[in-house]
Design a protein around this ligand. Sequence first.
Ligand code: FES
Length: 149
Amino acid sequence: MSSAKKETTIVAFCCIYCAYAAADLAGSMRLQYPSNIRILRTPCTGRLEVEYFMKAFEDGADGVIVAGCEEGSCHFKEGNLVAKRRVNYAKKLLAEAGLESDRLRMVNVSAASARKLVDYLKEMAATIEKLGPSPLHTVKQLARQESKS
Ligand code: FES
């Protein structure tokens, strides 16, 4: 067995109207965020189904962060509130499946909040660093080995 530490991956679903714009601004301001974070530009977070979060974990993410507009500022009125409910529901599903619910988190930022977004991304990276790689990786690896034998 390899003793090399596995690099973790965090998927960040960022609403195009706020969080993605904040990420873009962070780039312009040369603010650094952890390199294991993969930013995905999405429409309003209210369009994100629970399955999307689960698929990200299934496809190898160790953590998922959903970044939407601030409450009361969603361009589609309540999309971010819908997302909040879905994230909370998905967190329960993760816990039932034996995964730490802290691997999934929702945050709210404005387009101008580059620093706040970067802080959230750093916090998430620290959480995942503490939790380590998702146990799903080991399960998948074992399943692959089993199917080869
Ligand atoms: Fe950004 Fe709805 S438009 S969360």
